[in-house]
Design a protein around this ligand. Structure first.
Ligand SMILES: CC(C)(COP(=O)(O)OP(=O)(O)OC[C@H]1O[C@@H](n2cnc3c(N)ncnc32)[C@H](O)[C@@H]1OP(=O)(O)O)[C@@H](O)C(=O)NCCC(=O)NCCS
Length: 153
């Protein structure tokens, strides 16, 4: 993970670069057009990127569904940067942010091939697999610990 930084998106240009990177990983392989990588929740969501030499190579999104429930979506790492711990780092950072926001549960829709990746992070499968965009998925959730506030004084 040398020279790779995981941090929030810093400006509009980087946000656009992130959407392009998301499309490359999650939509182009399905034959889907540019634009299909976004949904109506982008403006209100929190976007995290992994950047290497000013290039967005990984990304993921956290969105609050309620005061207690967060949704993680669009985790994507460019193929040539995989298996170096970048996906794990993105997820760990989102879990840390969720913890700071005092969320109780995180939810996501995992592609079947990524189930073990999320299990290793502590996510658990929920319900039966289903098809989305012709790809088999399953819902998964993660229970956050109640944060330990330091006693005053
Ligand atoms: C799923 C995805 C985000 C994982 O990203 P990644 O950066 O490769 O993730 P990591 O490197 O943290 O972990 C991937 C694997 O590499 C292994 N790994 C991590 N660091 C490693 C290292 N330094 N050397 C060798 N292997 C390593 C991990 O143990 C992990 O194994 P597992 O999948 O069996 O649990 C990526 O494969 C991807 O973008 N896939 C396409 C899109 C997708 O499926 N997104 C998720 C859909 S919900």
């Amino acid at each position: 993970m040398q020279n790779i930084k995981v941090r929030p998106v810093k400006d509009k240009q980087e946000l656009d670069d992130m959407f392009h990177q998301r499309w490359l990983v999650l939509r182009a392989p399905l034959g889907m057009d540019r634009g299909t990588e976004k949904d109506k929740h982008e403006d209100s969501a929190f976007h995290l990127v992994a950047v290497c030499d000013h290039k967005v190579i990984g990304s993921a999104r956290l969105r609050l569904l309620s005061k207690e429930l967060g949704s993680i979506a669009y985790l994507a790492v460019l193929p040539e940067f995989r298996h170096q711990g970048i996906g794990t780092k993105l997820m760990e950072k989102l879990i840390e942010i969720a913890q700071e926001k005092n969320l109780k549960t995180l939810r996501l829709m995992s592609r079947i091939h990524a189930v073990n990746f999320y299990k290793r992070l502590g996510f658990r499968e929920e319900g039966e697999p289903f098809d989305y965009l012709d790809v088999s998925h399953v819902f998964m959730h993660y229970k956050l610990q109640a944060s330990q506030k330091k006693p005053r004084g």
